[in-house]
Design a protein around this ligand. Structure first.
Ligand SMILES: [Zn+2]
Length: 436
C-alpha cells in the first residue's frame, strides 16, 4: 500500500460528522440510530466480548504467525507457497477453505443469510523479487524483514480475527469470506481482488481490506493510477564500427529527460515515478532495445490522462532527436511504443455508507481516532464498481514498506485487531446466541 493523505481530510472528517449527527431530517438518520444501537449491542454481546478478549491472550501466537508467513517468499505472481500455508491457517480456524483459479485463498464462515457477503481481505504478495532474504530479525521489540509489515501484519490479523470468531463460536448474520488475495503489488494489477469481486459481485455488502500496520487512517477514496512501459527498439550494432547508428538507450534518455521536466500540479496531487530501466546486451554493443517502467498517479483522472499523453510526446520527441542526430540511418530506424501495464480505477465511499458508520462505531468502542485517506489499494476495485469498501491498517507500528529495511513493532496491535473485528461484525452483524 502506498498512501497519500487526503488533501482536505479535515473538511471530509467534519463532513462525516455533520452527515452522521447533525441532519435529523435525513432519511438515513433512522438507519444510523439503529446502527449505533446495534453497535452498543455488539459491545454487550458475550460472544463478541469473548472474541475481543481472545486477542490479549494470544498475542505471541499472532506474532509467530506473522513471522512464519513473512519468511515464506511471495514475489508477484509467485504467491502459491505462502497461499498454501495461509490456507492451513484458515482451515484451523474452522473455515471451509478453497483456492480459486487465480490463487486467492477464500475461507467461508457461513452466515444466517448466505446471499449477503462481507469480505475481510489481506494481500499475500510482496514487492520483493525471488531470492530476496526474507528471514525475520529481532531488534528489541521490533521485527525486521522485507514484507514484515506490508502485508505480514494484515495476514496475521486476518488469521487472528478468523480464529477469535471461531473460538467465540460467533455465527454471523451475513456470510463472511476471509480472503488472502494475490496480485495487489506492482504488476499484479489487483488481479486477485478483480477476480473476487467478479465472482461475488451482486452479493457483496462490504469489503474490508487489511493492509499494513497502524490504526490512524481509513482509506475511503481510491487513488487512480496507471503503470506504463516504454519500449524502444533499433537495429543494434558495434560500438566502434557502427558508431552513429541510432541508439535506443540514447533515445530513452533523451525522452526521459524531457518527461521528468513535466510540471505536475500539487493540487490535485499528481505524481510520477521512473521506477525501472533496462536494455542493452554489453558495454561495447549499440543496444537493440531499451525499456522503462513508469508509474503515474493522480487525484484527477484528467491529470492522469494528461501525464500519460506527456510521456508519449516526450518519448516520441526523444526518438526524433536521436534519429536526427544519428550519422548513419542506413541500417534502420528506431521504433517505439508505450504500453499500459495496469490501471487502477478511482472511486469513493459515500460518507453515509453503513461500512463507514461501522468503522466509526468501532473506533468509538476502542477509543481510536482515524482520518480519511486517499490511497491506491485493493479497495480501488470494489469502490470503482460502487461496492462499499475500505482499507485500514491492522494495528501496531511499521515503517520502511517496500524497502529492505522494512520493520514492524507489534506493541499495541491489540487495538487494531479489535477495531477490525468490530468493524467486520458491525457490517456482517451477529446472529442471536443459541440458548443452550
Ligand atoms: Zn500492502
Amino acid at each position: 500500500m502506498i498512501t497519500a493523505t487526503a488533501r482536505s481530510r479535515t473538511v471530509k472528517r467534519v463532513l462525516v460528522w455533520v452527515i452522521l449527527f447533525a441532519m435529523p431530517v435525513r432519511s438515513s438518520l433512522a438507519r444510523h440510530n439503529t446502527r449505533s444501537a446495534s453497535s452498543i449491542q455488539l459491545g454487550e454481546n458475550a460472544q463478541v466480548r469473548a472474541a475481543l478478549a481472545w486477542f490479549a491472550t494470544n498475542l505471541s501466537w499472532i506474532n509467530e504467525q506473522q513471522v512464519r508467513l513473512t519468511e515464506i517468499p511471495a514475489p508477484p505472481f509467485q504467491e502459491s507457497q505462502r497461499a498454501a500455508a495461509f490456507k492451513t491457517l484458515l482451515a484451523a480456524a474452522g473455515l471451509s477453505v478453497q483456492v480459486d483459479v487465480i490463487g486467492n485463498v477464500i475461507g467461508e464462515l457461513r452466515g444466517v443469510n448466505e446471499k449477503e457477503i462481507v469480505v475481510l481481505s489481506a494481500h499475500l504478495d510482496t514487492v520483493f523479487p525471488a531470492g530476496t532474504d526474507v528471514k525475520v530479525r529481532h531488534e528489541g521489540s521490533r521485527l525486521l524483514a522485507p514484507g514484515i509489515s506490508d502485508n505480514g501484519t494484515g495476514l496475521a490479523a486476518l488469521a487472528a480475527i478468523a480464529r477469535a470468531i471461531h473460538e467465540a463460536q460467533i455465527k454471523p448474520q451475513r456470510t463472511i469470506l476471509f480472503v488472502g488475495n494475490v496480485g495487489e503489488e506492482g504488476e499484479g494489477n489487483l488481479r486477485g481482488m478483480r477476480a473476487l469481486v467478479d465472482a461475488y459481485h451482486s452479493h457483496l455488502k462490504g469489503v474490508i481490506v487489511l493492509d499494513g500496520a497502524s490504526t490512524d487512517h481509513v482509506t475511503t477514496i481510491a487513488l487512480a493510477s496507471r503503470r506504463l512501459e516504454v519500449v524502444i527498439n533499433g537495429p543494434g550494432g558495434h560500438s566502434w564500427s557502427d558508431f552513429g547508428m541510432p541508439n535506443p538507450i540514447n533515445a530513452l534518455v533523451r525522452g526521459s529527460v524531457r518527461f521528468i521536466n513535466t510540471k505536475v500540479p500539487t493540487s490535485p496531487r499528481t505524481t510520477f515515478n521512473l521506477g525501472q530501466i533496462e536494455g542493452g546486451t554489453s558495454i561495447n554493443s549499440i543496444p537493440y532495445e531499451a525499456r522503462l517502467k513508469v508509474d503515474v498517479r493522480s487525484e484527477s483522472e484528467t491529470e492522469l490522462g494528461r501525464l500519460e499523453s506527456a510521456l508519449r510526446e516526450c518519448i516520441a520527441a526523444g526518438v526524433r532527436d536521436e534519429m536526427e542526430s544519428s550519422r548513419d540511418r542506413s541500417k534502420g530506424k528506431l521504433e517505439w511504443k508505450v504500453e499500459l501495464l495496469g490501471s487502477r480505477p478511482g472511486g469513493e465511499l459515500e460518507a453515509e455508507s453503513p461500512l463507514l458508520a461501522a468503522l466509526r462505531a468501532a473506533d468509538g468502542m476502542v477509543e481510536n481516532e482515524s482520518r480519511i485517506e486517499r490511497s491506491s489499494t485493493d479497495a480501488n476495485i470494489p469502490l470503482s464498481m460502487g461496492i462499499d469498501a475500505i482499507s485500514i491498517g491492522a494495528g501496531g507500528n511499521g515503517g520502511g514498506a517496500h524497502s529492505l529495511q522494512e520493520w514492524y513493532d507489534p506493541a499495541g496491535r491489540e487495538m487494531g485487531l479489535k477495531r477490525a473485528l468490530l468493524t467486520l461484525l458491525g457490517i456482517a452483524d451477529v446472529a442471536p446466541e443459541k440458548t443452550k
